[in-house]
Design a protein around this ligand. Structure first.
Ligand SMILES: *Cc1c(COP(=O)(O)O)cnc(C)c1O
Length: 366
């Protein structure tokens, strides 16, 4: 049993609201792939999958073990594994996961495995690099891919896809449109030689917002599902999905000249009430939030973090707040607070959400 009192509440209604919001931006026939990698962006992948499984066509995870967790929980929806390795291919087939084949090493290994089993028309996905230079075949690989595929009826290309490097950045519009055109050109060649037409997809969340014309057959919705759009206006249309809460463990009255926490970093200049909260940097609350860089909310009032963030605790200033030991503490419960934390930590909301450690208990609010 996980009795840690710090709880991450996942708001199921908010997740469904966000999904509906992006759906109304898309053509009714465009399929949706929900990205649930990294524990559903730091929430709980199985719970997210259960919430949206009847509303989406596909799930994506980064690694095969993330897909296995979904299958073991009874999720039947097709699952694309974005970043498989050769040593995972056996298990991928065992759990009926669908590998992204992004270079010849893994492509050849999968075709060999598919031949040995043998598999028939096993769904695989081909990724092309159009400028992110992270994963994917080159345009010049098309002829070899086609030759190999023509030799085998063990696999069937379910989709061809690529990933945008700067879909959120309007200053990079020319580059992004170039990526999309490059993708369309590669696809044309694949289609004309393959004899059938796999699904196509290139857009992530900010791609949906900025380049909806390039939605092709499917879009890959990640951060948007979890409440973050491309800009403040977009985010304002979305609902917060991750609510992080804790309680006050203890309150200390500190006299002027006394200090709080490690390195005696906070020095009281006046009588100060300090509340200790059971969440620390081991839970994903960065040390950069110490020394009044971050705050929590207690009884609707702002309580700054004083001194250094400890591994398992923070202390906050509640001198002016009417509160008691055992009262609820909101670490964050709206996107603007997450964005504030991200800003203070010189990062983006993605990292704040995915950095919430597994020690925190997860609860779904329906
Ligand atoms: C993580 C990921 C996504 C989701 O991106 P968001 O910006 O969170 O919507 C889409 N496609 C690929 C290939 C990814 O790795």
């Amino acid at each position: 049993m996980n009795n840690h009192v710090t709880i991450l509440e996942i708001d199921a209604k908010a997740v469904l609201h966000n999904l509906a919001y992006f759906k109304q931006k898309l053509n009714p026939t465009t399929k949706i792939l929900a990205v649930v990698k990294a524990f559903g962006y730091g929430s709980e992948s199985v719970e997210i999958a259960k919430i949206v499984q009847n509303e989406v066509d596909y799930f994506a995870v980064a690694y095969s073990n993330e897909g296995i967790v979904l299958r073991e929980a009874g999720i039947k929806t097709p699952i694309l594994v974005l970043h498989p390795q050769i040593q995972n291919l056996e298990t991928i087939v065992e759990y009926h996961l669908e590998p992204n084949l992004y270079n010849f090493k893994i492509f050849d290994a999968f075709l060999k495995l598919a031949d040995e089993k043998p598999l028939m028309n096993y769904p695989v996905h081909l990724k092309f690099n159009t400028g992110l230079n992270r994963l994917g075949f080159w345009h010049s690989d098309v002829p070899t891919i086609i030759t190999e595929l023509k030799k085998s009826n063990n696999v069937k290309v379910q989709s061809i896809f690529s990933h945008l490097a700067a879909s959120e950045d309007v200053n990079e519009q020319e580059f992004t449109v170039g990526q999309i055109n490059n993708f369309a050109y590669i696809v044309k060649q694949m289609y004309s030689h393959l004899g059938y037409e796999p699904m196509l997809h290139i857009l992530n969340t900010s791609g949906i917002v900025n380049y909806s014309k390039a939605q092709f057959d499917m879009v890959r919705l990640g951060i948007g599902l979890y409440g973050f759009g491309n800009d403040p206006d977009e985010t304002a249309q979305l609902k917060n999905t991750h609510n992080l809460k804790s309680i006050i463990s203890q309150i200390h009255l500190i006299q002027p000249g006394e200090t709080v926490g490690y390195n005696r970093a906070f020095v009281a200049s006046q009588p100060t009430r300090s509340a200790t909260i059971p969440i620390g940097h081991a839970d994903g609350l960065s040390r950069r939030l110490g020394n009044k860089n971050g705050f929590v909310i207690i009884n609707n009032q702002v309580a700054p973090i004083i001194g250094n963030v400890c591994m398992d605790m923070i202390m906050v200033d509640v001198t002016k707040i009417d509160c008691n030991e055992g009262d609820e503490v909101v670490i964050f419960n709206h996107q603007q607070h997450v964005e504030y934390i991200a800003h203070k930590c010189e990062t983006i909301p993605y990292e704040i959400l995915t950095g919430l450690s597994q020690r925190i208990k997860r609860l779904v609010r329906t």
